[in-house]
Design a protein around this ligand. Structure first.
Ligand code: ADP
Ligand code: MG
Length: 309
């Protein structure tokens, strides 16, 4: 058995231009290994290429170049086995409005060639909390129920790997918690989980390992603990009493001037206590009229990561 659930080499995707819109390179030679048994986060801003990557894994988008190995099966040479190894909960709600949840699960199982004796629609309906709605038309289900049904559909063929594309974008707290409980349970039972998100906190809470993708490239790949350590920088905005002659200096401090005379000091809060930043400001002879801190957001994180390479 392969040690990696997924191995991706040189993965490239260019969408053809349509009409006046130009061709778009959504993935630019991605290399990525995703270990078996992990909860793996693919983190990146909108348009980064997350869904493109996921949809290539799912067989929904045809790659332009590169190699994808799923559970040891090359996607081109063993399409059937690689497809059977992975279940994908897509970002888009694409349900047939005339199927009931049970019907949708049965049809999906049929598509994947799961013999009747091995189908477990009841078990899946229980897991996703839709037993009561098993016979209701999908068009009568709430948005949250439809999302849960998409999760159920991804599970009908007992895949080794479950992929969730932005599973909690726009869902309420209750559904979010239910999804995460399900995901943790499936992972404990041995399933490898891959999820995409543009929420840093979500990746932090759920994932053992994270890859950050931006503009079609992997810009960082590490354990969650290591990565968050690297990303743990803050910005302090100092409004001085009078114009500043010389900027404060100190190990781990990046100081820039903002418009209006304020100073922007960026530092890693794990290495540098706020007190040390303030001391450096005082040592530079600056008296502080006002001070505030800003947490780095994901956009800063990408800038930092792409700059430091
Ligand atoms: P993400 O899921 O990270 O938000 P996507 O993979 O959806 O990113 O999109 C990556 C880039 O590819 C974006 O610039 C997007 O506009 C473009 N793109 C996605 N799907 C298509 C498509 N079917 N045709 C043309 N361009 C696309
Ligand atoms: Mg997406």
């Amino acid at each position: 058995m392969a040690a990696n659930a997924i191995e991706i080499r040189g993965l490239t995707k260019t969408y053809d231009g349509q009409g006046k819109s130009p061709a778009k390179q959504a993935l630019k030679g991605v290399d990525l290994d995703i270990p078996q048994g992990s909860v793996f986060g693919l983190l990146g801003p909108n348009g980064a290429g997350k869904s493109t990557l996921i949809n290539i894994l799912a067989g929904l988008v045809v790659k332009t170049a590169g190699q994808v190995t799923i559970w040891g099966f090359d996607q081109d040479r063993n399409p059937r086995q690689s497809r059977a190894s992975i279940g994908v909960m897509p970002q888009e709600l694409n349900l047939d409005p005339f199927f009931t949840p049970r019907g949708a699960l049965e049809v999906q199982a049929g598509l994947y060639g799961v013999p009747r004796a091995q189908r477990r629609s009841d078990e899946i309906l229980r897991l996703i909390g839709l037993e009561d709605k098993a016979e209701a038309y999908a068009r009568t289900l709430s948005g949250g129920m439809r999302r849960r049904l998409l999760l159920g559909k991804a599970l009908v063929h007992h895949p080794h790997i479950l992929v969730l594309d932005e599973p909690t974008a726009g869902v309420d707290i209750e559904l979010r918690q239910m999804l995460w409980e399900n995901v943790r349970k499936l992972n404990r039972e041995g399933m490898t989980i891959i999820l995409t998100t543009h929420y840093l906190e979500e990746a932090e809470e759920m994932c053992d390992e994270i890859a950050i993708i931006n503009l079609g490239e992997v810009v960082a790949r590490d354990s969650t603990a290591n990565l968050l350590g690297r990303l743990d920088f803050k910005t302090m905005i100092i409004q001085p009493d009078r114009p500043v002659a010389s900027l404060p200096e100190g190990p781990g401090l990046t100081v820039t001037r903002r418009e209006g005379g304020a100073l922007e000091i960026t530092y890693h809060s794990t290495d540098t206590p706020a007190e040390a930043v303030l001391a450096a400001v005082r040592d530079a002879g600056i008296s502080i009229r006002d001070v505030k801190t800003e947490q780095a957001d994901l956009q800063d994180v990408f800038l930092e990561l792409t700059r430091s390479r």
